[in-house]
Design a protein around this ligand. Structure first.
Ligand code: NA7
Length: 563
């Protein structure tokens, strides 16, 4: 049987062994893991017109990562030239564009292509994926089509759909409105009166930039946030020169990884001493940054424990609030009017620009894609009450389907790229036999056993219930309106990496001709994980130390003989 391992071309435009949704960090990582296994018959469907996902969408003023740059790159493509300790959006996007080029991902990507629906066909063991095509020229070829795939992977992530608040009158405003994830850089905000709705991680980055030239900025805060010092700085040329040495670069990353992992306790355990340290740090930062408005200190201090929502690192938010033309508004918004914002007491404030820094539709995983799995089961029904998955990567009744940055894989303390890499590596191993079978003309299907997914999630929810995320006094994007935590992982990154370092074939139901396959016989396959807390692998370290000891012993023996 002829191998079918070629990139999808014109002749087989509507058939691909693997379909990846999204060309962000996740989709790119998955594609690279497929290429590593020499699987080339895949396409990446991207609804936008650029790679980068969240780093292409979020280009608001001041946009940067709240994770150290040394940790914010793929482990296999550690960037040597970051200009700052906390990288800015443009720099991250440039890095990602470079990775996409290096791995030659562009020929696999179909831009302006939105997945509308995916339906599993039990008879053929394939996904039928309905896509629509946008973009003036692109849609002239065809505006919609069906794509057949053996495997479907979601790389859409948790932060891809902007959330506009459901405030009455939002469409009536006659000035300029922008969501932070759809920034219009053609608009000049200097000298303008600006309302910023929200005070989350995004707002805290935007506001210090807006205040530089705006005539007035009013921040509508519903809930205060824990803010700690950021201590961002340029990376000194001498440090850059050292970081050009791969070993030293890995050492820096290992130290950062270690420190981030240490902070996990403070995030999830409200009783930890580090949790108290965060409160003290936050208080000090506020008093120092906001000396002229002590009347704001109380309303800016959260009543819930640190970690329940994302802890924000910023050195310039309080100094921005301290300015005379910047106002903090804590009255609830009643509605948006033609000219501005009306608060619950009926008072109106007029603005030229309203910035909605109101976050994302985080708990509606994969929305608005309609998915139907084995037996026609609809994903939205399976996920009624909150999304669940096995280690966040595979879903009951959804055969040959994988999710990256899926349910319960978000972190409050470390880089999400570390999690995504573990997922991609696991999915590549799990799905590898399906791809090989397809190349031999067979169709097999793999889906997690329902009881395994449910047991996993029961244990997970039990752990989450005692974490800071569960605090009933705080609302966050980590949980549903009913309080179920669907977004966060309760443990450390290393714990997660270890969990995914092994494919337990017994966790999966296999259908089709799998008798001759190792997945039909083997209990498990070890795939390992990238050990980042060590600058080099323990194995290499052991070999290196043994060699050093042997060389040392040989030298001293020789020295003794020479005496
Ligand atoms: P977040 O963290 O979800 O913050 C959204 C903010 O918008 C938050 O302050 C909300 O207040 C506020 N909000 C939302 N709806 C309203 C209405 N109706 N009225 C007033 N205020 C409202 O989103 P971000 O974009 O800042 O950050 C998301 C993640 O992106 C971040 O954690 C990083 O990981 C990157 P609330 O706090 O709910 O009272």
């Amino acid at each position: 049987m002829a191998k079918l391992n070629h990139p999808v071309g014109n002749l087989d435009y509507t058939q691909s062994t693997v379909v990846i949704i999204g060309a962000g960090i996740s989709g790119m990582c998955m594609a690279i893991d497929l290429l590593r296994r020499n699987h080339r018959n895949f396409v990446i469907l991207e609804k936008g017109s650029s790679i980068g996902g969240t780093w292409s969408d979020n280009k608001y003023p001041g946009c940067c990562c709240d994770v150290w740059s040394s940790l914010y790159s793929y482990s296999f493509e550690q960037h040597a030239n970051w200009t700052r300790e906390y990288p800015g959006q443009e720099e991250i996007l440039t890095y990602l564009t470079g990775v996409a080029s290096k791995y030659n991902l562009y020929p696999h990507i179909r831009f302006n292509t939105t997945v509308k629906e995916a339906r599993w066909d039990d008879a053929t063991r394939q996904w039928k994926v309905q896509v629509s095509v946008s973009g003036v020229k692109t849609s002239e070829f065809q505006s919609a089509y069906e794509l057949t795939a053996n495997i479907l992977i979601s790389g859409v992530g948790q932060l891809n759909l902007p959330r506009w608040p459901d405030l009455p009158g939002i469409d009536d405003f006659k000035g300029k409105s922008m969501h932070s994830a759809r920034w219009d850089w053609t608009y000049d905000w200097s000298g303008k009166r600006i309302a910023v709705i929200g005070n989350g991680a995004t707002a805290v980055q935007i506001i210090p930039e807006l205040v530089k030239t705006a005539s007035q900025v009013t921040i509508y805060q519903r809930t205060p946030q824990w803010l700690i010092p950021r201590m961002d700085m340029e990376i000194h040329p001498a440090q850059k020169a050292l970081l050009a040495v791969p070993f030293l670069r890995r050492c820096k990353r290992a130290i950062m990884m270690f420190l981030r992992e240490q902070s996990h306790e403070a995030i999830v355990n409200t009783e930890s001493s580090m949790s108290q340290e965060i409160r003290d740090m936050a208080k000090g930062l506020m008093h120092k940054g906001l000396p002229d408005k002590p009347e704001l200190w109380d309303v800016l201090t959260p009543k819930y424990p640190p970690g329940c929502r994302r802890i924000i690192a910023s050195d310039d938010y309080f100094p921005a609030l301290n300015l005379k033309h910047v106002y903090l508004e804590t009255r609830d918004i009643q509605r948006i009017t033609e000219f501005g914002v009306e608060t619950v007491d009926g008072e109106n404030a007029e603005f030229d620009l309203i910035v909605y820094a109101t976050g994302f539709r985080t708990v509606e995983f994969l929305h608005p894609i309609k998915m139907y799995g084995a037996g026609g089961r609809e994903l939205s029904e399976i996920w009624e009450g909150g999304a669940t998955a096995y280690y966040g990567v595979t879903v009951e009744a959804m055969p040959n389907f994988g999710v990256l940055y899926g349910p319960n894989t978000n972190l409050g303390h470390n880089s999400i790229i570390l999690m995504i890499e573990a997922q991609s590596r696991y999915l590549a191993a799990l799905l590898d036999p399906i791809i090989r079978a397809k190349e031999e003309g067979r169709a097999i299907a793999v889906q997690p056993r329902t009881e395994i997914v449910r047991e996993f999630n029961q244990a997970l929810q039990a752990r989450l219930a005692t974490s800071s995320f569960a605090d009933p006094t705080c609302r966050s994007w980590y949980k549903t309106a009913e309080g179920r935590i669907t977004n966060n992982w309760p443990g450390t990154v290393v714990e997660y990496q270890r969990g995914l370092s092994l494919v337990r074939w017994t966790d999966y139901l296999k259908t089709g001709d799998v008798e001759g396959e190792y997945i039909g016989q083997k209990k498990e396959s070890k795939i390992g994980y990238v050990e980042e807390v060590w600058p080099i692998s323990k194995g290499t370290l052991l070999v290196g130390l043994s060699a050093a000891l042997a060389a040392g012993g040989y030298y001293f023996q020789g020295a003794r003989r020479r005496r």
